[in-house]
Design a binder for this molecule. Structure first.
Ligand SMILES: [Zn+2]
Length: 175
């Protein structure tokens, strides 16, 4: 994987001073556009703009909630996790990843909107470069041309749809 250095200061500034990146994306803010992978009434899944592994996807509830467990009742949590599972299975199918990492981070000081990361570790990454090392933007991010990101999102959308578990809602975002 060819990872390039990321401007971490600019990223932190954007996260801490800018609007909520998920809500801005959902509102159609041009600076917060993302490639949509899946969307229904309550959830949206989209490509990470600064991926550390190929086909890295974020899954978020549409409602601006911030806490990974206490802000949802059991049913809403289960629905969100079903979306995470189905999208992760699509990532495994498309990216042929060796192992799938799932995690929810964020900060009350920036990127507070609850989101899950789905990161498929490619095959052949040396042991020392797996796990946290593979996920940290401090170790660089993949530079993915817009056209390739759009193609990846399309493949993931097809993979989600082909499993037939999640019911998609048509949207004007993405294609
Ligand atoms: Zn939000």
């Amino acid at each position: 994987m060819n990872r390039q250095a990321m401007d971490l200061e600019a990223y932190a500034d954007r996260a801490r001073r800018g609007p909520c990146f998920v809500c801005a994306f959902l509102a159609g803010h041009p600076d917060y556009a993302h490639e949509t992978v899946f969307e229904d009434d309550h959830h949206v899944a989209f490509l990470d703009r600064w991926p550390t592994v190929p086909g890295k996807v974020l899954v978020a509830p549409k409602t601006h909630i911030e806490h990974v467990v206490r802000d949802m009742d059991e049913a809403a949590y289960a629905r969100l996790m079903l979306v995470v599972r189905e999208v992760a299975l699509a990532v495994e199918a498309v990216c042929e990843s060796e192992r799938t990492y799932l995690y929810s981070l964020g900060s009350q000081q920036g990127n507070a909107h609850l989101h899950w990361h789905i990161a498929g570790l490619p095959s052949g990454v040396p042991y020392q470069q797996q796990q946290f090392h593979a996920l940290m933007t401090e170790h660089g991010v993949l530079s993915v041309p817009q056209k390739e990101a759009a193609a990846m999102a399309a493949r993931l959308r097809d993979a989600v749809a082909s499993r037939g578990i999640l019911r998609r809602q048509d949207t004007t975002r993405g294609t």
